[in-house]
Design a protein around this ligand. Structure first.
Ligand SMILES: Nc1ncnc2c1ncn2[C@@H]1O[C@H](COP(=O)(O)OP(=O)(O)OP(=O)(O)O)[C@@H](O)[C@H]1O
Ligand SMILES: [Mg+2]
Length: 227
């Protein structure tokens, strides 16, 4: 588990957005199945449309079943902070306590944090310093796995090596892009009895919180995000 001390003074309540109603997210219907599959498989690939609730809910599903600590990587710093704030707020905890994040030199987590969000770059730095001890989590979630970079590819290689040695760790890969069969193939040789499975979240036909609209600047200025 990551052991750096927290320097948290950040508030989880600083987002200008109203709290979304997570209970209506498409992923909620598959809550039990997702946890069941993650426990059953060594590697689970979760594919679901953007906004269905992957980043904010899957770490919480695992924590609610006492699977912890959980590491979740995001390709960009902005996403790390945004999702960490959103999850801390949903769990009604101070950012840096149960839920934390680490980007660059900014650490907002403690040794007792149960869900920690990081960039792939931060994780690689930690692996350089602490070797595979940096991967001592019950579950590792690599989010937006289709977004390739040198860092994310290196993380995949290191995590695969770690999987071969550590039989208890569960790996979850998430993406909004269906074309992730190559990742299943990549992990296909981790062991004869090891399962690698793809789980698709069915699209929702309902209006969700995450709707795309074209707005022009004068209209954007008049939006009250607190309403
Ligand atoms: N920072 C935020 N503040 C408030 N609501 C948010 C925020 N980010 C996302 N949401 C809303 O929360 C819901 C779940 O978002 P989440 O990020 O978990 O979805 P996702 O499946 O990971 O999407 P994506 O594939 O785009 O990463 C979405 O409907 C979205 O509109
Ligand atoms: Mg996401």
């Amino acid at each position: 588990m990551a052991s750096s001390p927290t320097s948290s003074s950040a508030s989880s309540r600083s987002t200008p957005f109203a709290s979304p109603d997570f209970s209506s997210l498409p992923i909620m219907a598959l809550r039990e199945k997702i946890v069941e599959k993650i426990l059953e498989n060594r590697v689970t690939l979760i594919v679901g449309e953007t906004g269905c609730g992957k980043s904010s809910q899957v770490p919480q599903f695992l924590l609610d079943k006492n699977i912890k600590p959980i590491l979740c990587t995001q390709p960009r710093r902005f996403a790390v902070v945004a999702v960490a704030k959103m999850v801390a707020k949903a769990r009604n905890c101070e950012l840096g306590s149960e839920v934390g994040y680490h980007i660059g030199h900014s650490k907002h987590f403690s040794s007792s944090s149960k869900i920690v969000f990081k960039t792939a770059g931060v994780l690689l730095d930690e692996m350089r310093d602490r070797g595979q001890n940096a991967l001592e989590y019950k579950a590792i979630i690599l989010d937006e796995v289709h977004e390739r970079s040198v860092e994310s590819d290196l993380v995949l290689v290191c995590v695969k090596q770690f999987l071969l040695k550590n039989k208890n760790m569960r790996l979850v890969l998430m993406s909004a892009t269906a074309d992730i069969t190559r990742y299943r193939e990549y992990f296909g040789d981790i062991g004869r009895d090891e399962r690698v499975e793809v789980l698709a979240i069915p699209s929702s036909n309902q209006q969700t919180i995450f709707q795309r609209r074209v707005l022009y600047l004068d209209r954007v200025r008049s939006i009250n995000y607190h309403s």
